[in-house]
Design a protein around this ligand. Structure first.
Ligand SMILES: Cc1ncc(COP(=O)(O)O)c(C=O)c1O
Length: 366
C-alpha cells in the first residue's frame, strides 16, 4: 500500500525468533504460519527468509495465499489450513488440510483421474470447536487412508486457550489428540507428522510438541500469553512510522476532530499525521493511544479519522513538519509495541500487526 504509514520489517528479528522457537522445541521441524500476509509482515519476503533459515514447512490459510508464494518462486512444502481448492492443490503442489470426508473424496477422485498421488494433513477437533473431525475420528481417518491417491502425511489439531496460564483445557486437548494417535497406531496406520503446538504451546506445553511445531505470532516477536509467563528473547519484527504532515498552533478551547471529543485546555501545538483507521489505526485509539515524536511520548487527541489523526505536541521542543512519528517501535529511549496498542484497544497483538502491517508500505531490513 502507498498510503501514509511505512512498516519497516526486520528480517533479522524473524531469524532470531525462529532460533528461539527451535531452542524451545528441541529443534523440532517448524511449520511456519505465514497466513494473513505473514501477520502483516509480507508473506513472500518473510517466507524466503524462513526457508533460507531452514524452515521445513509453511502454512497459509487460503489457497490463493499459497499460489502467491509459489508464483514468487518459493518451492518448499506449503500447507493450506482452511480452504483447499481441489484443482489448485494439484497444479501448485500444495498440501491440503482436510477437515471432512467430502473434501478427501473429491481429492481422491481428482488424483485418480490424473493418475497422481497427493499428501494431505488431517485436522482433528480436540476442543477448538472450529474445524476438524470429531467423535470417532480414528475410524474416519482410517477410511480416508484407504482412499486411492491419498497419503496421510500429517495429523493436526489446534488449541483454543493454550495462551492461559491455567493449562487444564489445553492438557485435555493433548490427551484427546494422544488417544487418537494411539488408536491410529493400533489399526496400523503410520503417519509421519503429528502436530498441534501454536506459539503458546511452544512456550509452555512441551508435551504438545510431537513431531513438529506450528507457531505464528512468536516468529514476529510477540508472546501470545495473556498473563505473564517466562518470555523468551523475542524481538518484534515490525516498526510502523509516519511523518508529521501539518503543525498547527491553536488557542485554548479549540475542539479537535469529529464530535469535539477533545478540546484544547491551553494554547496548543497540534500535529496532523497521515494515518487513520483506513490504515489499520483503529478508531478505538481516539483519545486513547500515544506515539513517539522527538523521543517523547505524545497523546492522540480527538477521534481518529479515516486518513488522519491528531497528536498533542505542545511542549515538544524543535518539532517540525516532516518529523518522524513512531506508531510501533523505538525512538530514543522510548518504545511502543503492538502489545501496548492491543491492550488499549482491548484486542490482541495479532490484530494490531495485521491491521497496520497490511495497509502500510513495507520496507525490509536484513
Ligand atoms: C491452525 C493454526 N495453527 C497455528 C496457528 C499459529 O498460532 P499462533 O500465532 O498463536 O502461534 C494458527 C493461528 O491462528 C492457526 O490458525
Amino acid at each position: 500500500m502507498n498510503r501514509g504509514a511505512v512498516a519497516e520489517i526486520d528480517l533479522g528479528a524473524i531469524s532470531n525468533n525462529l532460533k528461539v522457537i527451535k531452542n524451545l522445541s528441541m529443534n523440532n521441524p517448524v511449520i511456519a504460519v505465514v497466513k494473513a500476509d505473514a501477520y502483516g509482515h509480507g508473506a513472500i519476503d518473510v517466507s524466503r527468509r524462513l526457508v533460507n533459515d531452514g524452515v521445513e514447512y509453511l502454512a497459509v490459510a487460503f489457497t490463493e495465499e499459497a499460489k502467491e508464494l509459489r508464483n514468487a518462486g518459493i518451492n518448499s512444502s506449503i500447507l493450506v489450513l482452511f480452504d483447499p481448492d481441489i484443482n489448485d492443490i494439484f497444479t501448485y503442489n500444495l498440501i491440503p488440510v482436510i477437515s471432512d470426508k467430502k473434501t478427501a473424496t473429491a481429492l481422491s477422485k481428482e488424483a485418480e483421474k490424473n493418475n497422481l498421488s497427493i499428501s494431505v494433513h488431517i485436522k482433528i477437533d480436540t476442543g477448538m470447536g472450529r474445524l476438524g473431525f470429531t467423535g470417532d475420528a480414528a475410524n474416519e481417518i482410517s477410511e480416508i487412508a484407504n482412499l486411492k491417491g491419498i497419503t496421510i502425511d500429517g495429523i493436526m489439531s489446534h488449541f483454543s486457550e493454550a495462551d492461559l496460564l491455567d493449562a487444564s483445557f489445553a492438557r485435555m486437548q493433548i490427551e484427546k489428540f494422544n488417544s487418537i494417535k494411539t488408536a491410529l497406531l493400533n489399526v496400523g496406520l503410520s503417519v509421519r507428522l503429528f502436530h498441534m503446538a501454536n506459539s503458546a504451546a511452544v512456550m509452555t506445553l512441551p508435551e504438545s510438541h510431537f513431531d513438529a511445531v506450528r507457531p505464528g505470532i512468536m516468529l514476529y516477536g510477540y508472546s501470545p500469553m495473556q498473563q505473564s509467563a517466562k518470555t523468551p528473547e523475542l524481538i518484534p519484527a515490525m516498526t510502523v512510522k509516519t511523518k508529521i504532515l501539518v503543525l498547527r498552533r491553536l488557542p485554548s478551547g479549540t475542539p479537535i476532530s469529529y464530535g469535539r471529543t477533545f478540546i484544547t485546555r491551553r494554547d496548543s501545538l497540534i500535529g496532523v499525521i497521515p494515518v487513520g483507521y483506513a490504515d489499520g489505526f483503529s478508531r478505538r485509539f481516539s483519545n486513547n493511544a500515544e506515539m513517539l515524536v522527538r523521543g517523547k511520548r505524545v497523546p492522540v487527541v480527538g477521534r481518529v479519522c479515516m486518513d488522519l489523526t491528531m497528536l498533542d505536541l505542545t511542549g515538544i521542543e524543535q518539532v517540525e513538519e516532516g518529523d518522524e512519528v513512531v506508531i510501533i517501535g523505538r525512538q530514543g529511549n522510548e518504545s511502543i509495541d503492538a502489545a501496548e496498542l492491543a491492550f488499549r484497544a482491548d484486542t490482541i497483538p495479532y490484530e494490531i500487526l495485521t491491521s497496520l502491517g497490511n495497509m502500510a508500505k513495507r520496507v525490509y531490513n536484513n
